[in-house]
Design a protein around this ligand. Structure first.
Ligand code: HEC
Length: 174
């Protein structure tokens, strides 16, 4: 009986000891960790600079003032191989886009979406659409939309405005 007790105590001490050793190893490695963190911060600030350079990536609402639906119709030529936009338009390689703004993602009933798009669940707001169109495969991992994206913020604003106009219930622009 006593032997068992002793070995339990010994086991506890052993575990605590290993924890201590782990702590020491962790502390030794700490300088490496913070050096890495410095790198991360540098990358992050470069990215912030980039996005502010490419004319207000985030502020889609502000960009609407500087574009027209007609500009958007031109940009939409890049989408038209795969998407119809007119009322009652058919699905092509991609789903029909009449009234897509304000609609739930992945919700055209007779279109077979990827699992990722079908499960996405969000409403296509202006901001959501803007994020998606920068680089679709980054925004929704697993989407089957094979389109690199629209790098230019004004192109995105224009095509989003155009899609919003092609709807029986356009979203309000403010
Ligand atoms: C090469 C074909 C192709 C091109 C080009 C293309 N798309 Fe798509 N798009 C698709 C496919 C396929 C899907 C379905 C994606 C899925 O199920 O993951 C899709 C889905 C979408 C959706 C989601 C629709 C919904 O019902 O939720 C939007 C919005 C969209 N595309 C907009 C655009 C716009 C805007 C452009 C042009 C700038 C464009 N697409 C260019 C093939 C394309």
């Amino acid at each position: 009986m006593n032997k068992i007790l002793v070995s339990i105590v010994f086991a506890v001490i052993l575990v605590l000891g290993i924890n201590k050793i782990t702590d020491v190893i962790y502390q030794v490695q700490k300088p490496e960790t913070s050096a890495y963190q410095v790198n991360v911060t540098t990358v992050a600030s470069t990215e912030t600079q980039k996005s502010s350079e490419s004319s207000q990536d985030g502020d889609i609402m502000a960009l609407f003032a500087s574009v027209s639906g007609a500009d958007g119709a031109k940009v939409f030529k890049k989408c038209a191989a795969c998407h119809s936009i007119s009322q009652g338009g058919a699905n092509k390689i991609g789903p029909a886009l009449w009234g897509v703004l304000g609609r739930q993602a992945g919700s055209v009933p007779d279109y077979k979406y990827s699992k990722a798009m079908a499960a996405y669940g969000k409403i296509w707001s202006f901001e959501e659409m803007n994020g998606f169109l920068i680089k679709p495969k980054d925004w929704i991992k697993g989407t089957k939309m094979s389109f690199a994206g629209l790098k230019n913020a004004k192109d995105r604003a224009a095509v989003i405005l155009y899609m919003n106009e092609n709807s029986s219930e356009p979203l309000p622009l403010k």
